[in-house]
Design a protein. Structure first.
Lengths: 318, 522, 307
């Protein structure tokens, strides 16, 4: 087991390095974007004098490197600074939205992961049957529709006049958990439809890939029930790729849902990121980018640890 | 479905002119509007609005207000010295009355007594001066800096505020109705831009930028015949389809902007009312008059005749607007030039002007993004199609929405722009057409025009002013460097839960952004 | 009744698709004797339907100017005209013929998606295989750089890059390909890492085969199956990426027709039950399903299962 701990330690160290490089990249990319905060926030009303006054006030007239080092100095001490736009602490701006984003991601994952695993196992069991084809074709059709379009169709069916679910998931006025689940059902369902196909197909492929191996052949020749063969014998060995694709999709649910947020007016991090990029609000952009990167790094690490644990040969390495 | 007030085409323009008294209001409503207005305003209820703007980067600083969320909240929370009434006339708000010196350079405003802030204090002359000063001075970061630039001195005299301008301006009180110039409480001559306090009809209760706000009626509000709702809920809904869905499913009662592609379908939905008003909002295509080939007026005229305005109004605006005549003064303005010949699509005439410019054909790029106005890119596509038959090869380049105003607009030679318009001719012309103005987006400089602009500004004789503004419209239309193909209506929608007055403001969206204090529950 | 009718249409559609697949298979077997016919005989109906559709898309894409009833950008009437004998699928928001736009969309969208996915796979697979074969610092530096790129959400990353470098078709292809190639890299690397330690690779190394030979002749053929499976999905993600970008105001330059942007342009109509936006979305879906049916068939053959 000890090498798992050392792997975790090593990966966490590498993860910190990744975060640092991401922060440099994001900083550079935002700097390279045309226009700075002063120009973007004034938009059509920008005049040279006002732009200069804003830059003076916020220290944007200082060289790029100095601004980055200042930001980094604060960040390593846990101080992410204030938003340039409304001067509020970044931590305060982000905290509720981070909670909302995680809530929606978990909600969607709680539906999508069991669903795609079950479907994946079933289509592997009934491979090449009509059920397999139809399940596959439906899942593929669902992911070939852009997210906003899936959302519109769901709204047409489930919301609208006299609908069952609200078309807006604003989460205003501190709803309790049940109310929250009800209000954010449609965005969660949209995301489920978006990620299910990928996980289901990977489950199917990983299982089918093993079905020709001699030990499965053996189990079948012994007359074992096909469902049992798959769940007991094939699935444990197919877990590694499945866990990996689940991790990728979970990361997507946290970092990539801005379009769904916009359509359902869901107050998550994606919209905050896009708004902040648009107005070049560097401290907020940086903080959100770091959260996204950290989520990705941690999920990947968790996936690798879990795949290692799922494989005895990797735990008891010689 | 009830669809009132469609102002399109010539017939309706006459209607507007007839209805436009004194200062030209533009809201012309159909018979349904009149019937609804006869109902007595009802007190109570919550107005729930879906707003097409709002960003997590907005703030309470009046100098940063710039979108329809911040601006609507501005008029919902605040009062101003003056108000542009629904019919377009200027009426007193916090300033009870005002008078000007003979050359219109010294203005005395007498401030209303006993107007209460939400927190309980009263509005003083010092607050007024501090509120305006917030936008002045070298260190001011306010977007409103240019409009208060002409002020050289302000002083309080009891409840009077005396403002001295660098030069006379007959329209100065109009400027004070601008959404930036909210009157806020001051301490030691400075306003607190993070405070929630204000003196308008509704007080902030909840606010999350980019999501929404909730406001409750200010019980001590001095206007007794206004502010009928108990509470106001504003919700940012950026996506057009989501906004419409929210209205249809009853989650909001009003949406400030309707997707023009589907407005005909929304009209058919039961209980939905589409409201549109044509005011001063116009969409333009400015050309850099310093850069070849646009430096030649014949090239500019060729392009002006190569655009099919009727088709663009029909297709891009779905008919919700009227054709423009390459100058920014709308039919609702006081001195709108009624004698000017309307430019129309004429490929032969475009070719003629090309030949005059010594060209057989013309290849130009136009840089567009829907950030300029909804449908800007499609406008370019239609323009390119109609210009092709005049021998003009117009290449539409779609620019990213992000960074459009800093990277494309006023940077590249042929772009798109929008203006909500300004209530007065002088304000509009000096903002975007006078020589050297920061927003002179076409870099146009015309000696005669600039001379007239300065002469007309302090002129108190209406007839002389009209004559001068007529000539200026002619100059901008025939020699200016901006194609203005259309005046776009503000198209809003509300459910049957709401009732509205007979005439609604056309100077801004949302009944002049004052829907919260002018409308009521049905 | 409405639901029953819909189910009936659905069944009719499936039956028609299967019939098309069967007919196509029969024709191919009859026309091309030998190897192709032998392969084709093993194809299930779904796969031959998929092949048929892909062929159809290619024909439409290649011969677009001859098939389309109108020029790509011509405005033929008023906006949103209903389906009639002149404009079979009606007109779009600007009054251009919808059928024409769909046909040209096939050419532009499929072309761009194919170019992007191919580029992403060439880059991702070569680097992934290289990282696995060489190992050591090469593996570490490549893997960590890819980690950094993948840690930035792809939509926001492409938004940043496209805003910085402009939105020409070439930049669009390169940006999406680079972002996609990171995913391909990971897959290619993780698959080949398990292959590299196999005995036959060791044997090849002892034989003194060069690195290039190892990668192309020994590792790649054995890593191909999962890569092909991934290709089927990645292909579809390019359409979605373009569509999501046009949701944020970027994407393909007008007046070029492309399905991703067409879905976006007409999407609001669906909220009123108008099916116009289903046409481009359906075209994307049909192609995705077809490609993946073929991929499934190939995967099945590669897995060695005999049923």
């Amino acid at each position: 087991m000890s090498h798992i701990w050392s792997m975790i330690a090593q990966r966490l160290a590498l993860g910190l390095l990744t975060l640092f490089i991401v922060s440099v990249l994001i900083f550079l990319a935002t700097e390279l974007l045309p226009g700075d905060f002063a120009e973007e926030i004034l938009g059509q009303s920008a005049t040279p004098e006002t732009v200069a006054a804003i830059r003076r006030e916020l220290g944007l007239d200082q060289p790029m490197v100095i601004r980055y080092v200042q930001w980094l100095g604060g960040a390593v001490q846990g101080d992410f600074g204030n938003s340039l736009a409304n001067r509020r602490p970044v931590a305060e701006l982000i905290s509720t939205r981070l909670g909302n984003t995680l809530f929606l991601a978990l909600y969607a994952a709680a539906i999508a992961v069991p669903l795609s695993l079950a479907l994946g196992i079933l289509v592997a069991l009934f491979r090449n049957s009509a059920f397999d084809r139809i399940a596959n074709a439906s899942a593929l059709t669902a992911i070939s529709f852009p997210e906003f379009f899936v959302a519109y169709i769901l709204i047409l069916w489930f919301a609208g006049a006299g609908g069952y679910f609200p078309s807006l998931s604003t989460l205003r006025g501190d709803p309790d958990l049940l109310e929250k689940l009800y209000r954010s059902f449609l965005p969660a369902l949209t995301l489920t439809l978006v990620v299910t196909a990928h996980m289901m197909r990977m489950t199917r492929a990983a299982i089918i890939n093993l079905l020709a191996s001699p030990y499965i052949e053996m189990a079948r020749l012994k007359g074992m029930n096909p469902m049992r063969v798959i769940v007991k014998h094939a699935l444990p060995n197919a877990l590694a790729p499945i866990i990996n694709v689940i991790a990728i999709n979970l990361a997507y649910l946290i970092t990539g849902v801005v379009v769904v947020e916009v359509v359902f007016v869901y107050p998550g991090l994606g919209q905050l990121m896009v708004d902040s990029v648009a107005s070049r609000d560097m401290p907020v952009v940086q903080a959100v980018a770091l959260i996204f990167a950290a989520a990705y790094v941690l999920l990947n690490l968790a996936a690798d640890v879990l795949s290692t644990l799922s494989n005895p040969r990797l735990i008891h390495r010689r | 479905m009830r669809n009132s007030s469609l102002i399109t085409g010539g017939v309706n323009r006459r209607g507007v002119l007839k209805g436009a008294s004194a200062l030209g209001g533009a809201a012309l409503l159909g018979p349904m509007g009149a019937k609804m207005a006869s109902a007595q305003p009802m007190r109570g209820g919550t107005l729930k609005m879906g707003i097409s703007h709002g960003s997590t980067t907005d703030s309470l600083d009046p100098g940063t207000w710039e979108n329809d969320f911040t601006n609507l909240m501005a008029y919902t929370r605040n009062n101003y010295l003056t108000e542009v009434a629904a019919d377009g006339a200027l009426v007193p708000e916090l300033a009870e009355s005002w008078e000007a010196s003979a050359d219109a350079s010294v203005w005395t405003f007498s401030i209303r007594q006993g107007v209460q802030y939400h927190s309980g204090g009263t509005v003083t002359a010092e607050d007024v001066i501090a509120s305006i000063n917030h936008h002045r001075g070298e260190d001011s970061t306010s977007a409103a800096k240019p409009i208060v630039e002409p002020i050289v001195d302000m002083r309080a005299d009891g409840m009077n505020v005396i403002i001295t301008l660098a030069e006379g301006n007959a329209d100065f009180p109009f400027v004070l109705s601008d959404y930036h110039l909210a009157i806020l409480p001051s301490v030691d001559g400075a306003i607190d831009v993070t405070s929630w306090d204000a003196c308008g009809p509704y007080a902030l209760e909840e606010l999350e930028w980019g999501v929404g706000a909730r406001l409750a009626r200010h019980e001590g509000y001095w206007k007794t015949d206004r502010a009928h709702f108990d509470a106001i809920e504003m919700l940012t809904i950026l996506d057009a389809a989501a906004r419409q869905n929210a209205l249809i499913s009853g989650e909001v009662d009003f949406i400030d902007s309707v997707d023009l592609n589907t407005v005909h379908l929304l009209q058919r939905a039961p209980g939905m009312n589409v409201v549109s008003v044509t005011g001063t909002q116009h969409y333009g295509l400015p050309m850099d008059s310093r850069a070849a080939p646009f430096s030649d007026n014949h090239v500019r005229l060729a392009l002006k005749y190569a655009i099919d305005r009727e088709q663009i109004v029909e297709t891009i605006l779905n008919g919700y607007g009227s054709v423009g005549n390459d100058h920014p003064i709308g039919p609702s303005n006081r001195f709108y030039n009624t004698e000017l010949e309307q430019k129309a699509y004429d490929p032969d005439r475009a070719r003629f002007h090309l030949q005059q410019a010594g060209l057989d054909s013309l290849d130009v790029d136009i840089h567009l993004a829907d950030a300029a106005f909804a449908g800007a890119v499609d406008t370019g596509v239609l323009f390119a199609e109609s210009a092709a038959s005049a021998g003009i090869n117009l290449n539409v380049v779609r620019e990213p929405n992000d960074g459009y105003w800093s990277n494309v607009w006023m940077q590249l030679p042929f772009v798109a722009t929008y203006w909500s318009g300004r209530p007065t001719e002088d304000w509009m012309f000096s903002t975007a057409y006078s020589d050297g103005a920061p927003w002179n987006e076409s870099y146009w400089s015309n000696a005669r025009f600039n001379e007239l602009l300065i002469a007309a500004r302090p002129e108190l004789n209406e007839d002389l002013r009209r004559e001068m503004y007529f000539e200026m419209q002619q100059l901008v239309s025939d020699e200016g460097s901006t194609i203005i193909p259309m005046f776009a209506s503000f198209v809003m929608a509300h459910s049957d839960a709401l009732a509205r007055p007979e005439v609604i403001g056309a100077n801004w969206r949302d009944d002049g952004l004052r829907i919260a204090e002018r409308w009521w529950m049905a | 009744m409405g639901i029953l009718l819909n189910i009936l249409y659905f069944i009719a559609f499936i039956v028609a698709s299967m019939a098309a697949g069967w007919l196509f298979r029969a024709v191919v077997i009859a026309v091309f004797p030998g190897r192709i016919a032998k392969e084709m005989r093993t194809a299930p109906l779904t796969a031959s339907f998929g092949l048929f559709m892909i062929l159809l898309y290619i024909i439409v894409a290649v011969f677009a100017p001859w098939i389309a009833p109108f020029p790509e950008t011509e405005i033929v009437g008023r906006e949103f005209q209903p389906w009639d004998s002149d404009n079979w699928l009606g007109t779009d928001a600007l009054g251009r013929d919808m059928l024409t736009r769909m046909i040209y969309g096939a050419r532009n969208t499929v072309g761009i998606a194919f170019a992007t996915t191919t580029l992403a796979f060439v880059m991702g697979a070569i680097l992934g295989l290289l990282a696995a074969t060489v190992g050591g610092w090469m593996d570490q530096s490549l893997s960590r750089s890819v980690d950094v790129l993948m840690a930035i959400p792809s939509l926001i990353f492409s938004l940043l890059l496209l805003t910085i470098f402009g939105t020409s078709v070439l930049t669009l292809i390169i940006v999406i390909a680079i972002i996609d190639s990171t995913r391909v890299f990971r897959l290619a690397r993780s698959v080949s890492v398990t292959i590299v330690v196999m005995d036959y690779i060791e044997a090849a190394k002892l034989r003194g085969e060069g690195r290039w030979h190892l990668i192309t002749r020994e590792i790649l053929p054995n890593a191909l199956a999962p890569l092909v499976a991934e290709f089927g999905l990645r292909f579809c993600f390019v359409f979605l990426a373009i569509s999501a970008l046009s949701f944020l105001g970027l994407g393909i330059q007008p007046p070029t027709a492309d399905w991703g942007s067409m879905v976006k342009e007409n999407a609001t109509l669906i909220t009123f039950g108008d099916i116009t936006p289903l046409l481009p979305a359906g075209a994307i879906a049909l192609l995705t399903v077809s490609v993946n049916f073929v991929v499934d068939w190939q995967l099945h053959r590669a897995s060695g299962l005999k049923e």
